[in-house]
Design a protein around this ligand. Sequence first.
Ligand code: C5P
Length: 403
Amino acid sequence: MQLLLNKKIVLGISGGIAAYKAAELVRLLIQEGATIQVVMSDAALKFVTPITMQALSGNPVFISQWDNRIANNMAHIELSRSADAILIAPSTADLMAKVSLGLADDLLTTLCLARNCPLLLAPAMNREMWDHAATQRSIKRLENDGVALLGPASGFQACGETGMGRMLEPSEIAEQLIAFFQPKPLTNKRVLITAGPTFEAIDPVRGITNLSSGKMGFAIARAALEAGAEVHLIAGPCDLETPLLATGKILRTNVVSAKEMHAATLASLDCDLFFAVAAVADWGIANPSKEKIKRRSQTSPQIEFTSNPDILQEVVQSVKIVNGKLRPYCVGFSAESTELMKNASEKRIQKGIPLIVGNIGPDTFGSDLNQLLLIDEMGQKKLSRATKLQLARQLIQSVAKKI
Ligand code: C5P
């Protein structure tokens, strides 16, 4: 599936060494179905040639506001009127300063001032330039004007220094652009998500847990953020990075045990949507040892189990009807080893939730791919095999209609 199909993007390139990465970016955006019109600043021409960009984008490149190829000689107006967004990658400190002040002394900056479409900037500069008070003032002005900043990242820089200011990789910029264009049906809605496994300690080095990478829950958190929601992600032990977008960030609470997840969830109940994606351990350890249990021959430790609270069921008890709709609207997940349809349907009724999502197939654990079965009072709907993020986007759009 092409995720930028029919999107018209003006890709601006300003004069930084990261300009060489713009060539790869053009290819990635075109692979996703976008039409790319490249506009380069004078300084960008020192780093890459318009011929490279024309060959990759399939469109003549614009480099001057005096270009007479457009009939009315107003490239700065024409190019932005036909665009869905202007993306400038790399965006130098100089370009950001000019755009933040409304200066317009070449085609690229004039285009930014004359535009009637969103502007996204992928900054790229030396760490001292990024940290400079003048650049930070530019950033504040740009953000106040609704300009989206993609990055920068921190890391090794072309100048040999290490720090903040590296341009995001082309694949990350493409991902951020795709996220930017997702529909926003959850604007002003609060979404609470539990994700990952829980870990129940037997002693300081041992414990029991459930198989769960957290990838599905994190994908749902990202998709909810893309859809405009304010997202709180309560995560059991997993190594995943919190999704971050130009348009916002996720509040993340890390927990270890089911009891901690339970407490964190109940403290955050004021939400419109609740996704219980976590694989919560059904039992905790009643008698955990404070010290490591020593291995002794012939004897094995006596472990007592205790039932963990059912987090989803307790959230369901707090549901109210607001303006004729359930609040929070609760979505449960079901990972079954047999009879998914039957077991998940029964679980939906037993938990008293409007929607349950079944993970189809035995190979979903840890994978980036999944298939889902959505079961509600109307029946079932299958979301066929795709990345967890693509499935999460479909799930979010489908649930958004219900609230
Ligand atoms: O473990 P089970 O299959 O019953 O999980 C079904 C749903 O209930 C999942 O959405 C899971 O996150 C939720 N659950 C919970 N608290 C538990 C057990 C499960 O919230 N203690």
